[in-house]
Ligand binder design. Structure first.
Ligand SMILES: Nc1ncnc2c1ncn2[C@@H]1O[C@H](COP(=O)(O)OP(=O)(O)OP(=O)(O)O)[C@@H](O)[C@H]1O
Ligand SMILES: [Mg+2]
Length: 338
């Protein structure tokens, strides 16, 4: 279904193929130079001191490379990596076993760290700061806890919602790195690398064509390339050139700005609204997507293109967005407004 192309294209849990395309070393990681530099320095300094790396918080929209970076960090530090996620840790007890099993310098990766229940988050504080945990012994009336030391370790938290973290938690991470959307030339390099891995021939203009429509996101760029590979395959030519890329993207309903049907419906809703401003809830209900999906998948690209803006009252079209709606019939604008 076209309506949720990007929601599907950029969903981590539906991305079993992410693995084979993941860069295997920090050198292979394309772009985000400032972040990579900072992490390299932190890793090297920790190595020189013989200490574990400071706790790292990686934030950024879905598909920008947080999980990949965490794996590369473990490799750079030559340490073991343990992986879990916020929603998987329902109670402090779920975490206690993990923490007491860590070896010196291990990395503990908690994905979606903003979704940790508050009790679990608070349980982490003493582990992060003093490398001790309170372990419950006995039950019922005689219940008590004993404080146990754990091995110094590195917590790596990944989040698409840094703003949802409490200040107390955020403050306990020594290293904060925010991944930003990738410029087109970096996405072109990522696509060329992916094409090499997939054994696909990708023309330069076709690569640029896909990169400009990939919403600044490597995962989306890679997924689009896979769909184009399918098309090339059924056509019997293992080559993605400009005409094939244009055709394939049009088939997915993706236009030259990288907008798809849901984006166009969001723009159309804003265009038709009485006061020109709509809240996130209304937009989500109007296009049949969760508010979170609107915020993480659709809105960032519309904001980057300066088609919409955020105001204290909600979202509204910019002059550029209004122009776009007037000139594009697919915005859903009613004829008298167009
Ligand atoms: N800098 C990069 N260079 C090359 N490929 C990259 C880069 N960043 C991400 N990728 C590719 O994009 C895919 C998605 O990256 P990753 O899973 O690390 O994103 P994420 O930020 O963890 O997303 P989510 O928030 O959805 O979990 C990876 O499989 C990898 O192939
Ligand atoms: Mg991830």
């Amino acid at each position: 279904m076209i309506a949720s192309t990007f929601a599907q294209l950029n969903r981590a849990d539906a991305a079993p193929e992410d693995g084979e395309l993941r860069p295997q070393t920090l050198d292979e990681f394309i772009g985000q130079e400032r972040t990579i530099d900072n992490l390299r320095i932190a890793v090297q300094a920790a190595r020189m001191r013989g200490e574990p790396l400071d706790h790292v918080l990686l934030s950024g929209l879905p598909g920008l490379g947080k999980t990949t970076l965490c794996m590369l960090l473990a490799r750079e530090c030559s340490r073991r990596l343990h992986t879990t996620s916020g929603p998987a840790l329902a109670r402090p007890a779920d975490l206690a076993g993990l923490l007491t099993g860590l070896e010196q310098g291990d990395l503990l990766f908690i994905d979606e760290v903003h979704r940790l229940p508050i009790a679990v988050e608070e349980y982490l504080y003493s582990a992060m700061e003093d490398f001790v945990v309170d372990v419950p012994i006995d039950q019922g009336l005689g219940a008590r806890t004993v404080r146990l030391p754990i091995q110094p370790f590195t917590l790596v938290g990944a989040t698409t919602r840094e703003g949802h973290l409490t200040a107390a938690f955020r403050g306990r991470f020594g290293i904060h790195e925010k991944l930003e959307a990738y410029p087109v030339d970096h996405l072109v390099r990522i696509l060329q690398r992916t094409a090499r891995i997939l054994g696909l021939s990708l023309g330069a203009t076709a690569a640029a064509c896909v990169a400009t429509r990939a919403r600044g996101t490597p995962r989306i760029a890679n997924r689009l390339l896979r769909r184009l590979r399918d098309l090339a395959q059924v056509r019997g030519a293992p080559l993605v050139d400009q005409p094939l890329a244009e055709e394939g993207l049009a088939r997915l309903g993706i236009d030259d700005l990288g907008l798809e049907e849901t984006d166009r419906r969001i723009l159309g809703l804003l265009h038709r609204s009485d006061h020109g401003t709509l809240g996130l809830k209304t937009i989500g209900a109007g296009v049949g997507e969760a508010e979170e999906t609107i915020e993480e998948v659709y809105e960032p690209h519309l904001l980057r293109l300066e088609l919409i803006r955020k105001t204290p009252r909600g979202r509204e079209l910019t002059p550029r967005g209004r122009d776009w709606c007037r000139t594009h019939p697919l915005s859903g604008a009613s004829p008298h407004e167009a």
